[in-house]
Design a binder for this molecule. Structure first.
Ligand SMILES: Nc1ncnc2c1ncn2[C@@H]1O[C@H](COP(=O)(O)OP(=O)(O)OP(=O)(O)O)[C@@H](O)[C@H]1O
Ligand SMILES: [Mg+2]
Length: 227
């Protein structure tokens, strides 16, 4: 018998109610990300990659279908319960820098821990260790807004890991970086993924980065297809 996958989407559909006609982004999408698995999600602009990540990250609800996180069906849960699951189980890295520019790197990483009610000193200590894990210990006290793009993505990755998630979702985490810096960020994601045994799903337009995943999925014409 196989273990319960950390992330499972079943027959997922998303329809946006546009002014003229409803827009069906995708329908009947089945997706599974197993523990220890790194899956790349590709597809043309507008194919629905971010939309799918929002559903799987419990930031938006599917029009139809069900999502299971660590084996539990989350479909019937309210906003507060979904937020709690997100905080404990799912780490996000986005393409655009989502750090708070006026706060230091370590303060940014601390945020999810403070939100879940951890004492400040413990949160600070854990966050310093996370910055060390992404190779940024020396930048802990720098303002996030003053860091380079690559450094900011590393802080964002440290923040995503702060809640000790089992699932890592990344939406074009290297989209704004030059090729060399992008490769460093991808390698870092691979390292933390391995070390922590995560279930990782990342969107990328870069075929080289997609090839490095264990599995590649492609959204096309409202369907999810193998690589
Ligand atoms: N909140 C919304 N309301 C209406 N339509 C939306 C909404 N969000 C996304 N869409 C539409 O859904 C489709 C899929 O968008 P999505 O952002 O998921 O694409 P994507 O694959 O991530 O594209 P990109 O590679 O450019 O980031 C697009 O046609 C978009 O206009
Ligand atoms: Mg997108």
């Amino acid at each position: 018998m196989s273990a319960t996958p950390p992330l499972l989407g079943e027959r997922l559909s998303k329809v946006f109610q546009a002014p003229a006609v409803p827009l069906t982004v995708f329908s009947g999408v089945d997706i599974e990300v197993r523990r220890g698995e790194r899956v790349a999600l590709t597809g043309e602009s507008g194919a629905g990659k971010t939309t799918l990540l929002y559903l799987l990250g419990l930031l938006d609800r599917p029009t139809a279908g069900r999502i299971f996180v660590d084996g539990a069906d989350v479909s019937g849960l309210g906003e507060a319960e979904l937020a709690a699951i997100r905080n404990r189980t799912i780490g996000f890295v986005w393409q655009r820098n989502t750090l708070l520019a006026e706060f230091t790197a370590v303060e940014n990483v601390m945020m999810p821990l403070l939100i879940r009610g951890e004492p400040r000193a413990a949160a600070r200590e854990a966050s310093a260790a996370l910055l060390e894990e992404v190779g940024l210990a020396a930048r802990a006290q720098h303002l996030a807004g003053e860091l380079s793009g690559g450094e900011q993505q590393r802080v964002a990755l440290a923040r995503a890991l702060a809640g000790s998630p089992s699932i890592l979702l990344a939406d074009e985490p290297t989209g704004n970086l030059d090729e060399r810096t992008a490769a460093l960020v991808i390698e870092l994601i691979e390292r933390v993924h391995e070390r922590r045994g995560l279930a990782t799903l990342y969107v990328t337009h870069n075929p080289n980065f997609a090839r490095r995943a264990h599995r590649v999925l492609r959204l096309e014409g409202g369907r999810l297809l193998p690589g």
